[in-house]
Design a protein around this ligand. Structure first.
Ligand SMILES: NC(=O)C1=CN([C@@H]2O[C@H](COP(=O)(O)OP(=O)(O)OC[C@H]3O[C@@H](n4cnc5c(N)ncnc54)[C@H](OP(=O)(O)O)[C@@H]3O)[C@@H](O)[C@H]2O)C=CC1
Ligand SMILES: O=C1OC[C@@H](O)[C@H](O)[C@H]1O
Length: 390
């Protein structure tokens, strides 16, 4: 099939994945919050997974909740101020998908665990490392699965990217660069720019960069060489002065490897009156002694990505990894979120997932997000006033 035809097919499949026949005894998923990301991250993947069903959504606002449920074929809706807790009290729900503002991840993960539910939690896992540690410790105590949805980690493209580095074919790693850069299309009132809701560009976009960098290098980050944040406001008394529109940093890894981080929600716009957005960038580049490998588009690699391998002094070669080797043909259309759901269900069912984001990794990423925020002077994202009682 020609390039443009396969691209069209992948686009079509991304928004209309095959609806599969369901097995008996499905794991029932409840969604907390009628979030924008929920259709891509859980509704569509669940339609394509034979062992799960989305059974309910909880939304404070009845009108919005009804609209969400209707548009996404969710059979039951909880609404009103106690909606989230009512969903957790529903004994038919096995899994809770949490796509709430970052500051609410801790509270609703703890409450979900207390209610005996497994949790698929949006990235970043929490507002700060202390909250993340408490969440994963409680999950362990309860014998339940909590997975931070760093969805890119599950796609064949990132696994292939890492395997090229790990193969040693190009020798030792010299340096690494990770970027997630977008033009600002959201208002300042978006959850991403609100300190009390756990906002900030490093915690939002940078959480991917840190997680994917640490995964690809399979080694412990050892320190911060330098870091800089462009703030939303210069008024030291305003919360917005603690919100970074862009954070850039250089990190140190063992063997003198340095890695750059660019988390940017303020990529310049261009054209007349700045009407055009800059090209979104989600890339990872690893420079090794004998060559370089670069992955572009780790966010929606199922629609399109490129993996370029350039031997030192040689010609760039392109690779694509839409499916794992030997996997059924249909899987070439799986999104990062569909791969993630596969792993999550495997873990709950006691099967070995192909790939996993461990609690230790999630905690480590939160630790370095805190350290970077300390380093840039903005300070870690504060915990909320919620006090958890077992
Ligand atoms: N994995 C991925 O690709 C992506 C992940 N994310 C992550 O998902 C989470 C949610 O992001 P997104 O979908 O953009 O969020 P939304 O802005 O759509 O908000 C999600 C839900 O949070 C509740 N909420 C929104 N604003 C507030 C507020 N001011 N105070 C209290 N509750 C609020 C609402 O619940 P209700 O319906 O009850 O009113 C809303 O439906 C974040 O953690 C983000 O990092 C986001 C985008 C992509
Ligand atoms: O994938 C994403 O892209 C945009 C971000 O703001 C969002 O939170 C993130 O997960």
């Amino acid at each position: 099939m020609g390039g443009s035809l396969s691209l069209l097919m992948r686009l079509q499949k991304a928004f209309n994945p095959t609806v599969v026949a369901k097995q008996d005894a499905l794991l029932q998923i409840g969604i907390l919050g009628a979030a924008q990301i929920a259709p891509s991250a859980i509704i569509l993947p669940a339609r394509n997974h034979p062992e799960v069903a989305v059974a309910a959504v909880a939304c404070h606002d009845k009108g919005r909740g009804d609209k969400f449920a209707k548009a996404n074929g969710v059979p039951h809706i909880y609404h009103g101020s106690n909606a989230y807790q009512e969903l957790l009290d529903d004994s038919t729900i096995d899994i809770v998908y949490i796509a709430l503002p970052n500051a609410l991840h801790y509270e609703w993960t703890m409450k979900s665990l207390k209610a005996g539910k497994h949790v698929l939690l949006e990235k970043p896992s929490a507002n700060n490392v202390e909250d993340a540690k408490a969440m994963f410790a409680y999950a362990e105590e309860k014998g339940l699965v909590v997975l931070e949805g760093c969805h890119s980690r599950f796609h064949p493209a990132i696994v292939r990217f890492k395997s090229i580095i790990d193969s040693g074919k190009f020798g030792k790693v010299v340096s690494f660069a990770g970027a997630f850069r977008l033009s600002k299309l959201l208002g300042d009132d978006d959850i991403r720019f609100n300190l009390s809701l756990g906002g900030g560009t490093l915690i939002d976009l940078g959480s991917y960069v840190l997680a994917l960098t640490c995964y690809a290098l399979s080694s412990e980050l050892t320190g911060i060489v330098q870091a800089h944040a462009d703030r939303l406001s210069d008024d030291p008394n305003a919360d917005t002065s603690k919100i970074d529109l862009r954070t850039t940093a250089t990190l140190a890894f063992p063997s003198d490897i340095t890695s750059s981080v660019d988390a940017d929600w303020h990529k310049p716009r261009y054209g007349p009156f700045g009407l055009l957005m800059g090209m979104p960038e989600a890339s990872l580049t690893c420079v090794m002694e004998g060559g370089e490998v670069r992955l572009s588009n780790y966010v929606f690699p199922n629609i399109w990505h490129s993996l370029s391998v350039t031997p030192k002094g040689g010609k760039k070669q392109m690779e694509y990894a839409y499916a794992f080797e030997g996997s059924p043909k249909e899987q070439q259309y799986w999104s990062t979120y569909r791969h993630q759901l596969e792993a999550f269900v495997d873990k709950i069912k006691g099967r070995q997932p192909r790939n996993w984001v461990t609690p230790e990794e999630s905690i480590k990423i939160m630790k370095w997000i805190d350290k970077l925020y300390e380093n840039t002077g903005l300070g870690p994202r504060p915990s909320t006033s919620f006090v958890f009682v077992k």
